[in-house]
Design a binder for this molecule. Structure first.
Ligand SMILES: Nc1ncnc2c1ncn2[C@@H]1O[C@H](COP(=O)(O)OP(=O)(O)OP(=O)(O)O)[C@@H](O)[C@H]1O
Ligand SMILES: Cc1ncc(COP(=O)(O)O)c(N)n1
Length: 525
């Protein structure tokens, strides 16, 4: 450091200065490999601070640079001491970067004290990078303070120079000088207030809440109605390895924003990645305390069933909603309206016909003969079950064989992916029909262990659910999806997940459709 302090600032040639000014003025040009500067403290165990930021920037395709605000002797168990280099040296580091390199995005993390905040503020005023993300680091996961309380005011003074701020709930409260939000609704209200007050976007983070989800929201008070809030929910990963999640998230947001120029899209991509990084964090085995997340999980294909387990976790809410539907409850209890049941059967037959064609397409795209055969058999079986529905269950019921609105939408969704999607996407779209049906069957069989009672009006139908051959086919289909996910790019896996989630929602709507559209209801009965 002594040596570095003796060096004068590099001067920049007039040509280079002009080039930089022009590039900066452009501001809103997306960069394939953005040059992203992290201004933050250190973590020698590599899980948080600058070390985490550089990994996160690289994981999202950026070129990472780093200016150190504070040297922190810490590990996964806690902070031991902090050494803050002289403010002049911080200024020189910042100047050395911006005199030479055009900066596409900046992520700011630990600042430590008011003097550091002031130096960074002056530099931002001079350079005005096109993307500035501030993670207002105040207290570490280990509960150690990383910002002096008297610097909180100075940090608020930085907000007008920032495009996106990413506070956790206690930090949000400090920035507003308000009590910590007790629930998600209060957190969103505080996010709106902060966004309005300082004219910036706020990423409200729900990691500190309890509950099955870990929600995040992008709040922009300046955007029009319907555009001012993007809420994303992911299941809460059961892990203690959350050290550096906030650092990694904000560095990723700065990088992806510089690549896409689209904040909501950036959050969608980053949240998906972060959930995977938390899920795979246990593989790293770093430290005895709160370990780091797995920044590069997407480059190392997950072993076995990681992709399907993630999707299964993400859609727990849909499964609960299906089991709570009046249709399922009444079917199980034997109190279901006959018309509702008839409507369901007729729509099932209609659906199976379309589904069969979609499975045939999966067979055509399959990369191996075994998978080709699996889908071809599935397509064949759908037609057999459709014929059986007409022969036995539907004969004499007099229900319409027309497409109901939900069936039509569901089949259209599948056919759109069959027409234009990848094999992985198509497989992910068709799986919920197997998997959720098998799940409902398993749940209903459990409710009627030993078989439905004599005289149960839907007893014969309930018995068809307990079909072990179908459960096995469902397991095979899920294994095929995991293999397809491993062969896809990260963007491909994201499309697979979207297709899967959409199909899950259609499954829910499909089971609920009799309640809405069955004959007696439509006629007001
Ligand atoms: N157990 C979890 N499962 C899934 N996502 C999580 C979990 N914990 C945190 N997150 C996500 O990690 C990000 C950071 O959230 P959090 O509210 O914990 O911020 P933070 O306190 O600044 O993070 P840090 O742990 O680095 O201090 C958010 O996107 C949040 O939704
Ligand atoms: C240098 C530095 N910056 C930020 C954090 C916060 O991260 P976490 O809250 O996950 O400990 C940290 N521990 N160290």
């Amino acid at each position: 450091m002594q040596q570095a302090q003796q060096l004068g600032p590099e001067t920049v040639s007039p040509d280079r200065a002009g080039e930089q000014a022009a590039e900066r003025a452009a501001g809103s040009v997306a960069r394939a490999v953005p040059r992203v500067l992290s201004i933050a403290g250190t973590d020698p165990t590599g899980g948080a601070g600058i070390q985490a930021d550089l990994k996160s920037i690289a994981a999202h395709g950026g070129y990472g640079m780093a200016v150190v605000t504070a040297l922190v002797a810490q590990n996964t168990c806690g902070v031991r001491s902090v050494h803050t280099p002289p403010a002049d040296f911080l200024r020189e580091q910042l100047q050395a970067v911006s005199d030479d390199v055009v900066i596409d995005a900046v992520k700011i993390g630990m600042l430590g004290d008011a003097v550091v905040v002031q130096v960074v503020k002056e530099w931002l005023e001079q350079v005005r990078p096109p993307v500035v993300v501030l993670d207002p680091v105040m207290v570490a996961t280990s509960n150690d303070r990383l910002l002096r309380p008297e610097a909180e005011d100075a940090l608020r003074g930085l907000l007008p120079l920032v495009h996106l701020v990413t506070p956790n709930l206690p930090e949000l409260a400090v920035l507003l000088d308000a009590p910590v939000a007790a629930d998600w609704a209060q957190a969103l209200a505080q996010g709106r207030e902060l966004s309005r007050r300082y004219g910036l976007k706020v990423l409200v983070k729900g990691g500190h809440l309890q509950g099955a989800d870990s929600p995040d929201a992008l709040v922009d008070a300046a955007a029009g109605p319907g555009q001012d809030l993007l809420e994303l929910f992911s299941h809460r990963v059961d892990t203690a390895n959350t050290h550096g999640t906030g650092c990694s998230l904000s560095a990723a947001m700065a990088t992806v924003q510089a690549r896409t120029l689209d904040w909501p899209e950036s959050l969608r991509r980053v949240k998906h990645w972060l959930t995977g990084a938390l899920e795979r964090s246990d593989e790293l085995e770093v430290g005895r305390g709160h370990g780091p997340i797995h920044h590069f999980h997407h480059l190392q294909p997950a072993s076995g069933q990681a992709f399907s387990s993630r999707l299964w976790g993400l859609t727990a809410g849909v499964r609960e909603a299906i089991m709570a539907l009046p249709f399922i409850q009444e079917l199980s209890a034997g109190t279901l309206d006959e018309d509702d049941f008839g409507y369901y059967l007729a729509q099932d037959a209609r659906y199976l016909n379309g589904y069969s064609r979609v499975l045939a397409r999966a067979s055509a795209l399959a990369p191996t003969e075994a998978e080709q055969l699996f889908w071809a058999k599935g397509a064949h079986q759908c037609l057999e079950v459709e014929a059986e529905l007409h022969r036995s269950w539907l004969s004499g019921r007099g229900v319409s064989g027309e497409f109901g609105p939900v069936t039509k939408q569901y089949v259209d969704h599948l056919q759109a992916i069959a027409g234009g999607g990848s094999y992985g996407e198509l497989v992910a779209a068709v799986i919920p029909c197997y998997w959720l049906y098998a799940h409902v069957g398993e749940q209903l069989s459990a409710q009627h262990s030993g078989g439905p009672a004599d005289g149960h009006p839907y007893g014969a139908w309930l018995r068809t659910y307990a079909d072990e051959a179908f459960a096995e086919a469902s397991r095979q289909a899920v294994a095929i999806m995991d293999a397809a996910a491993a062969a896809e790019s990260e963007a491909g896996r994201l499309r697979m997940r979207t297709a899967f989630e959409q199909s899950c929602r259609y499954e829910l709507d499909f089971f609920d459709a009799p309640r809405v559209y069955a004959r007696s209801r439509v006629q007001g009965g």
